[in-house]
Design a protein around this ligand. Structure first.
Ligand SMILES: [Zn+2]
Ligand SMILES: [Zn+2]
Length: 94
């Protein structure tokens, strides 16, 4: 799937402690390396992203390295990692 970063998100964090923990908790997955192909960075953060194609404008959390979290281009990432909704009302503050 293709995703794009949402820039300028000042949303600090949620009750999970960090957005990466939020992603791990609700995806029930963990990641060691950045999922972007050919990237092997290990400084993973929970990035706010949207799907780059289709009509789904929802905000999601997806694990990316710091460098890719700054990236403004569309990123091709594996579907094997889940997009977790960033909306706290749907997840940790339900
Ligand atoms: Zn959370
Ligand atoms: Zn990366």
């Amino acid at each position: 799937m293709k995703i794009k970063n949402i820039n300028g998100t000042s949303d600090t964090t949620c009750s999970c402690g960090s957005w990466l923990k939020h992603w791990e908790k609700f995806s029930k997955q963990t990641v060691t390396y950045c999922p972007v192909s050919t990237c092997y960075n290990k400084d993973i953060v929970g990035a706010h992203v949207q799907k780059a194609t289709g009509y789904d404008n929802k905000w999601y959390i997806y694990p990316l390295c710091n460098a890719h979290n700054q990236s403004t281009s569309e990123l091709e990432v594996p579907d094997s990692y889940t997009l977790v909704p960033a909306n706290k009302k749907e997840t940790c503050e339900k």
